[in-house]
Write a protein that binds this ligand. Structure first.
Ligand SMILES: [Zn+2]
Length: 82
């Protein structure tokens, strides 16, 4: 089975699929601003982003657990920066 990889250009933000090993953006020809993730992971992230948009549109920032989540994130990020 042929595995397709998802490429995201950090310079022009274009997304495309291709075989493993692409190193040059097919849109802007940038060589250095590419990341490679498996298509399944890309699809999962897009799905999570779509769901987050629904949650935000529904006012998740007014939810009582939102401040707790913000604080937990702040603590984790502080640990990462130690
Ligand atoms: Zn590009």
């Amino acid at each position: 089975m042929l595995t397709y990889y998802t490429y995201v250009c950090k310079k022009c933000n274009q997304v495309y699929y291709g075989p493993k090993g692409e190193t040059i953006c097919i849109y802007c020809r940038s060589k250095d601003d590419m990341i490679t993730i498996k298509k399944a992971e890309y699809d999962r992230l897009i799905e999570r982003d779509a769901w987050l948009n629904y949650l935000e549109a529904a006012g998740v920032d007014n939810w009582e657990g939102y401040d707790f989540a913000c604080e937990a994130r702040r603590i984790d990020e502080a640990k990462d920066n130690e």
